[in-house]
Design a binder for this molecule. Sequence first.
Ligand code: SME
Length: 162
Amino acid sequence: MAEQLNISTSADKRERYAVLVPQIESLVSGEPDLVANLSNIAAALRQTMNFFWVGFYLVKDNQLVLGPFQGPIACTRIDYGKGVCGTSWKEKRTLIVPDVEQFPGHIACSSESRSEIVLPVMKQGEVVMVLDVDSDRLNDFDGIDQEALSRVTRIIEGCLAD
Ligand code: SME
């Protein structure tokens, strides 16, 4: 694996993602341990993109359970269909929430969170975890984030292949 990140100082997030995503691929290559890989991915995303909170919730016993993350402490368990994460799990799709206060049932782990993107990670047609990113600014996520973070979830799916 790479020993350090080459962090782009570009103000353009598309360029920062372009530099970051291949490095994430190299970070996880050859490492079979999922927790180690998710931990480094969360750190790499936080370090490069300056997210307020970024991490994973893993499906365990029909709940989402907090996994590796970077940022303030967060709620540990989320039920199926609840909050943005549980809804992404239920609907098996990415959700971009420009204003969390407008999302019915949003779970406020931090009162500073203003907008959010959640992407499902799939294995054999089922959601096995979600990648959750929170911003302390309104309307902070768009198609650029969705596209780049989808590439990250596809890298994780590659790690999960049997
Ligand atoms: N806001 C999320 C809960 C997780 S925290 O943001 C880290 C939700 O509504 O599912």
